[in-house]
Write a new protein. Structure first.
Length: 322
């Protein structure tokens, strides 16, 4: 009856979200008097998971799973859930897991809800709070099926260290050719920089930068903060920045701890896609820009004056506190 999580990893290293899921699942397990089992696929080690309350790891090592395949991975999760008699399966809201979750719920005849932001408010009936309407509202969702699949919104729960005595078990699921009906031809990755999916801080800019030649200061600010760079839709549409950096309702959703918008007016689609970010900072010359209405902090000023000074202050602060 263990709570099962899928501990996502990339190139053998766990993503931060794996530890967030473990923290979340441990709280549920404690309330229900049960344990947490983590499923890992081609991860290098398991010891890190013990810091966040995982009691047992089902370790899958299979070269056929080196490239993500939603159907195959979902089948592995299904088999792990049945092995552990898990009635609650906890996934993330990453792109990969949002492909997985509907398949897992179908395979297990389970109820599924995404964008979960809190622990269950009730276990009988089973109710959880989630975001709705492009993060503009919350609703309380009740899952009435015996097996439940939850996808936790990024950065909604945080990391809670709870040491456990972890045990490890080699798990060898049975896979068929049908699990690999969709073939992965290639994977393009950006190297040497923080990705939007993993970033806790995102520095984003819009047409207020006036041209792609001015993005150097955005990248420098991101480098100082250890942040990912992003952009508004018009910027990616006219080719100033790659489409992989487009954030918003029609781009990549962002739920960062800190989101800095520079020279972005704040169209409703953009705000909807970043509204889950905890702290929003806006820098814009237009005091009436819509973004200021949702900002936690706002600077009315020219980015070409403000950003270099901000970089200078941050560098000085880091040097003084090194």
């Amino acid at each position: 009856m263990a709570i099962l999580i899928y501990a996502e990893s990339s190139e053998g290293k766990y993503k931060k979200v794996a530890f967030e899921l473990a923290s979340y699942a441990k709280k549920i397990a404690t309330s229900l008097g049960t344990t947490v089992t983590a499923l890992t696929i081609n991860a290098n080690s398991t010891s890190e998971l013990a810091d966040y309350g995982v009691d047992k790891v089902l370790k899958v090592t299979d070269d056929s799973l080196l490239k993500f395949s939603a159907k195959a991975y979902a089948d592995v999760i299904k088999q792990a859930a049945k092995k552990e008699s898990s009635l609650i399966i906890v996934l993330s809201s990453t792109t990969d897991s949002l492909y997985l979750a509907p398949l897992v719920s179908t395979y297990l005849n389970a109820g599924f809800t995404s964008n979960v932001v809190e622990l269950p408010s009730s276990f009988s009936p089973f109710q959880v709070k989630r975001t709705a309407f492009s993060n503009k509202a919350f609703n309380l969702t009740e899952i009435s099926t015996e097996i439940k699949v939850l996808a936790i919104a990024k950065n909604s729960f945080g990391l809670i260290e709870t040491k456990s005595n972890l045990t490890e078990e080699v798990f060898s699921p049975t896979l068929t050719d049908a699990d690999f009906a969709v073939k992965v031809e290639s994977i393009e990755k950006v190297s040497g920089k923080v990705t939007i999916a993993d970033a806790e801080i995102v520095v984003s800019a819009g047409r207020g930068l006036k041209g792609p030649e001015n993005w150097g200061m955005i990248e420098e600010l991101a480098s100082v903060l250890g942040a990912a760079t992003a952009c508004s839709k018009p910027v990616s549409d006219i080719g100033w920045r790659p489409h992989s950096e487009h954030v918003g309702q029609t781009g990549k959703p962002v739920a960062a701890n800190l989101y800095i918008a520079i020279g972005i007016s704040g169209a409703i689609q953009h705000i909807a896609g970043i509204n889950s970010s905890k702290v929003k900072v806006v820098i814009n010359t237009d005091a009436d820009a819509p973004f200021f209405k949702v900002a936690d902090y706002g600077v009315v000023g020219d980015a070409f004056d403000v950003v270099p000074k901000l970089i200078e202050k941050l560098k000085a602060f880091k040097a003084a506190n090194a």
